[in-house]
Design a protein around this ligand. Structure first.
Ligand code: AHR
Length: 514
């Protein structure tokens, strides 16, 4: 079976924002305690940070890390987690019915982010919390010493402000499960007030208003429209969340998950253009897809009031990895819209990395993230894909091939990401209209038995291996086996003349008006 991809370096969706390679760490299950933080374990450093976990996460090149929740944040008092550890209170956690010891809090998280090399993305509590308390946290983190909360930070051993740039205004406030869930109008006013207060103290920050917690919500997009109409002038992003699953055991439909992700992105592009138009605003608000992953097996939220109970410890197979690849590929194609995205989550809880006291396990979903984050650079091209289709119960006929590509003018390289959703192998011909390709730098392939998983007993069941890619007459020819993901990078031999402006149709449609 054959497929073709036509690219043109002048036809693109703008620069790849590295913040789409974000992660998410929540006080949930064994994510923090026994995950990233494990004092006394010989594998941990003097701060209690698991060194092997940091080493495992570094190749994922997380640009940002969202914290401390999630549902957890909506009943969290951040002041419980600062100051001398022995004085910190043990609290029942409303969201996950667990006991929170508060031994890991804001200062520990910010130190951990530095150790990882990721920028923090802090969420404030707009459930049981108030805009004023959110502004106190901003003061604690970002203001120079000289006022009460900034002085507390200095007294806690951190004289210099942290300069946290990205802030989430609550979490999933449309969800009835959320502590402090409120109608969109009420939340929208809270978000506007919190954002204005926080930006009043530090105008350099960017804020994210809560959008719908999923496309299945009855108020999907209506919630978002209401919040955006109220808070538009004070926020920079609206959030989207999605968890995918092969609920019915229908792998053909599940592997076409990218169709649904594209649809959600199109929904938000339309909504943001609509609100901007109604408001006759020159401002742009972008999408922060700050929770995405596969999550359908290890559901349930009852920690039985234990400390760090094992919750949401999903085991991932190859199919799940191909779905994760499709999220990142969809974000790349809509680089004009998606500027922040967070894999939910990073350790133990619906995570690419699992821990035991004596080591770590890399799950299948680790690999597409690592391979795409390593190679996606420069501008995100708009691929024109011609491929055979296959039939799904959910979406009807869908293309067997999903693809994204980036072009790095400085390095003179093209990166290509492919998912073959179907079982038959595809020979994919890739042509760049205004450039000829040179040497293939690498071709990494993830494939195998669709339900194969990495386990403690068989940790190397699903690993990348070298794939087949060659350049023929300036074009790339890639063999994509059935049910596979590939990441290929090639040298661009004939550099295109000059650089273009952003020309994606979405951007042109929403260019500033006079
Ligand atoms: O990531 C797990 C949970 O999923 C988060 O706490 C919540 O925001 C979402 O519903």
């Amino acid at each position: 079976m054959r497929a073709t991809i036509h690219l043109d370096t002048q036809h693109h969706a703008g620069p790849v924002d590295r913040r789409i390679f974000g992660g998410f760490l929540e006080h949930l299950g064994r994510a923090v305690y026994g995950g990233v933080y494990d004092p006394g374990n010989p594998l941990s450093d003097e701060r209690g940070f698991r060194r092997d976990v940091l080493d495992a996460l570094r190749p994922l090149a997380f640009s940002v890390m969202r914290y401390p929740g999630g549902n957890f944040v909506s009943a969290y008092d951040w002041t419980d987690g600062i100051g001398p550890r022995e004085a910190r209170p043990r609290r029942p956690d409303f969201a996950w019915k667990s006991v929170e010891t508060n031994q890991f809090g804001t200062d520990e998280f910010l130190a951990w982010c530095r150790a990882l090399g990721a920028a923090p993305m802090l969420a404030v509590n707009l459930g049981t919390g108030t805009p004023a308390r959110a502004a106190h946290l901003l003061e604690y983190c970002n203001l120079p010493a000289g006022t009460s909360w900034a002085d507390r930070r200095a007294a806690n051993g951190h004289p210099e402000p942290y300069g946290v740039a990205l802030w989430c205004l609550g979490n999933e406030m449309d969800g009835p499960w959320q502590a402090g869930h409120a109608p969109a109008e009420v939340y929208g006013r809270q978000a506007r007030m919190a954002s204005a207060l926080m930006k009043g103290l530090d105008p350099t920050i960017q804020t994210v208003a809560c959008g719908s917690s999923g496309r299945g919500m009855g108020s999907y997009l209506e919630w978002d429209r209401t919040v955006l109409e109220i808070a538009w002038d004070t926020v920079d992003f609206i959030s989207a969340h999605r968890y995918s699953g092969n609920w019915g055991g229908d792998s053909a439909s599940y592997l076409a998950e990218g169709v649904e992700i594209d649809r959600i992105l199109a929904d938000y592009a339309g909504l943001l253009a609509y609100v901007r138009g109604v408001k006759k605003s020159a401002k742009r608000v972008y999408l922060s897809f700050d929770e995405w992953n596969v999550w359908y097996r290890a559901r349930g939220d009852d920690g039985n009031w234990a400390e760090a109970p094992p919750l949401l410890e999903e085991v991932y197979n190859l199919e799940d990895a191909l779905v994760c690849a499709q999220y990142l590929m969809a974000f790349l194609r809509r680089a004009d819209l998606v500027k922040v995205a967070c894999l939910a989550q990073v350790v133990n809880v619906i995570a690419p990395v699992l821990t035991r006291p004596d080591g770590v396990l890399l799950q299948t979903i680790y690999w597409p993230f690592a391979l795409i984050a390593a190679s996606a650079r420069g501008i995100a091209l708009a691929p024109a894909i011609t491929a055979p289709t296959y039939t799904t119960a959910h979406y009807g006929e869908v293309p067997a091939l999903d693809a994204a590509a980036t072009y790095d003018a400085e390095a003179g390289t093209l990166a290509l990401f492919l998912v073959n959703r179907d079982r038959a192998a595809l020979t994919v011909e890739i042509a760049v209209a205004d450039a000829a390709l040179g040497a293939v730098l690498h071709a990494d392939l993830l494939t195998g038995e669709p339900h194969a998983a990495n386990t403690w007993e068989a940790p190397r069941a699903v690993l990348p291996s070298p794939g087949r890619a060659e350049v023929v007459d300036g074009r790339l020819r890639v063999t994509a086996p059935g049910t596979s993901f590939m990441a290929v990078r090639a040298k661009v031999r004939t550099a295109p003349a000059g650089r273009s402006a952003i020309v994606s149709p979405a951007d042109a449609a929403s260019a500033p008006t006079a």
